[in-house]
Design a protein around this ligand. Structure first.
Ligand code: SAM
Length: 203
């Protein structure tokens, strides 16, 4: 178990399902756990797409998993931390905690709730806000592939065109692959659908 997402959204939106699904595909279901789900959560509340991918989840807080984890071996990925994550951090930490938070623009410091609550060491992934899946993908590159942050190619605030005339700017930093921002499977379609929906709502 390496990656922990403290789920901080209400329920599971389509966006969250796509992000978490992609994370499971990339890190493997045995290396990810979703923590702090509401105490009333049962298997029936877990979206089938995530259950099918083998999502591990718990209503416990991240500190209580595995019978209680050693806080000194836990790193919170925190946009407000003062130190950037480096490959050598892989020797100091066994668990990497992320906020299961949908980004907002401008950024609201909801990761601060986790920072204040648990007091874990914090590491930053550069100064710009990433989606949770991008933050995990970047951590995986740094910790597992030993790539330095400065050597990872990013694209900031890409514009997604969803019709001949309309586009939307995503207020996040993404990893680039083949010249395109890396996004969860199905995310482009969802962004386009949401864009078309908001135009329909204006008509
Ligand atoms: N506005 C949100 C906040 O900071 O509360 C941003 C949340 S971000 C969409 C979701 C999670 O990804 C954060 O809780 C954090 O764990 C991780 N993350 C995103 N960008 C990051 C960065 N630049 N450095 C470190 N962690 C980051």
């Amino acid at each position: 178990m390496k990656y922990i997402i403290e789920h901080m959204e209400e329920g599971f939106s389509e966006w969250v399902i796509l992000e978490y699904s992609q994370i499971i595909r990339e890190v493997g279901s045995s290396n990810l756990i979703l923590t702090s789900l509401p105490s009333s959560t049962t298997d029936k509340d877990i979206p089938p797409a995530l259950a099918k991918l083998g999502l591990q989840w718990t209503t416990q807080e991240c500190v209580d998993i595995d019978g209680g984890i050693d806080k000194s071996r836990v790193c919170l990925l925190d946009p407000a931390a003062e130190t950037d994550l480096v490959p050598e951090d892989g020797q100091s930490y066994d668990y990497f905690v992320f906020g299961g938070i949908l980004g907002s623009h401008p950024r609201i410091d909801r990761t601060g709730i986790l920072r204040r609550k648990y007091g874990f060491a914090g590491r930053r992934l550069g100064e710009l806000q990433m989606t949770t899946d991008t933050a995990i993908r970047t951590t995986q590159r740094i910790i597992e592939t030993k790539q330095h942050f400065k050597d990872i190619e990013f694209l900031d605030y890409p514009e997604i065109r969803y019709s001949k005339y309309e586009s939307t700017e995503m207020p996040f930093r993404y990893i680039v692959k083949n010249g395109e921002p890396v996004m969860p499977e199905g995310m482009l379609e969802l962004i386009k659908k949401d864009g078309e929906q908001s135009i329909d709502d204006l008509i």
